[in-house]
Design a protein around this ligand. Structure first.
Ligand code: MN
Ligand code: MN
Length: 332
């Protein structure tokens, strides 16, 4: 953890989790008024707020600005190279950030304080047309996170922009979910959040006694962040290889491209988690749907199964299934 006045951050990249090659994650907390300073980076940034409320700011290459308050379940997306900042509001904030490179480090970004510190003061003076004395107190090195004051209402900080504004946020939790017998799924990608060219995601709710069905993804690796509850997952890796993991709130999981998997809720609480992909559109293949839409003779002879299984196969996807006979004790 990197601890600063104003907040902390901790990250999972391919340095800690070598299998994670396409995406890296950062969990950040900001105090009321705490600021992740003005910065930019080469990677895409996808953010999901888990606690409190954050105020984000940005300006794009056409001078369009954006200032927004994002609450729990809200997401943002900053394209590569687009500058931004994040600040905790009254109750502070915590959020997950996902970047589209396995070797990303949030401690290696372009920051406004670091750039000022590494530019000759006469150049700064000439650039802004301000006297040298204007730069007497600039930071000597990068701030990264610092303690600021809780800002006023969003209307009071608005900057009229002659070039217009550009939206970088979406209320994921607020969107209508896909309902399934064992829970819900909310999918966000470039079709319903236009700016999100390179990241797709699903916010999944698995009720006790339920399971995210057996499936895989035909486009890319899955980065997981467990938001609440506890569960179990088996990743099937072909060639006689598979491994089963217990997971719980705060864990990061990573399922490589095409690996078959499921997530069982093994607790008494609802399990909420995020699936994030470096892909413009969300896609999954359901094992049940595949079998249901394939000639019966092939499926039954391939698996040595009869009507007992064949008659249960559904043609519709049920992303989260429920087991009528299951109880919590079954997992203990
Ligand atoms: Mn950033
Ligand atoms: Mn999945």
């Amino acid at each position: 953890m990197t601890l600063k006045h104003g907040g902390w951050s901790r990250q999972i990249s391919n340095r800690e989790l070598p299998v994670a090659t396409t995406l890296a994650g950062v969990n950040m907390r900001l105090t009321p008024g705490g600021v992740r300073e003005l910065h930019w980076h080469k990677e895409v940034e996808w953010g999901f707020v888990t606690v409190g409320k954050a105020r984000i700011t940005s300006v794009d290459q056409n001078g369009k600005n954006f200032i927004a308050d994002v609450g729990v379940g809200g997401i943002w997306y900053f394209p590569p190279g687009i500058p931004h900042s994040i600040q905790g509001l009254e109750e502070g904030t915590e959020f997950l950030l996902v970047f589209d490179a396995g070797d990303f480090s949030d401690l290696d970004t372009f920051t406004i304080s670091d750039w000022f510190a590494h530019t000759p003061k006469d150049v700064l003076s000439a650039n802004f047309g301000a006297p040298l004395s204007a730069f007497d107190c600039i930071p000597k090195k990068e701030k990264y996170i610092y303690q600021g004051k809780v800002p006023g209402p969003i209307d009071s900080v608005a900057i009229p922009d002659p070039f217009g504004t550009r939206n970088f946020t979406h209320d994921l939790l607020g969107q209508d979910p896909i309902k399934s017998p064992g829970g819900t799924v909310r999918i966000v990608d470039s079709t319903n959040f236009k700016v999100s060219h390179e990241i797709s995601a699903a916010l999944v709710e698995i009720l006790p006694g339920s399971m995210r069905e057996l499936h895989w993804h035909p486009n890319n690796d899955e980065f997981q962040y467990i938001l609440s509850g506890q569960g179990r997952m088996t990743a099937y890796a072909a060639d006689g290889t598979a491994r089963t993991f217990n997971i719980r709130a705060g864990d990061v999981g990573y399922v490589p491209f095409c690996y078959g998997h499921y997530i069982q809720n093994t607790g008494k609480e609802t399990l909420w988690y995020l699936e994030v992909f470096k892909a413009p559109k969300y896609a999954d293949i359901s094992l049940t749907q595949w079998m249901a839409l394939t000639p019966k003779q092939i499926v039954s002879s391939n698996l040595n199964v009869g009507p007992e299984l064949m008659n249960t196969l559904r043609k519709e996807k049920w992303p989260v299934v429920r087991f009528p006979g299951y109880t919590y004790q079954d997992f203990e």
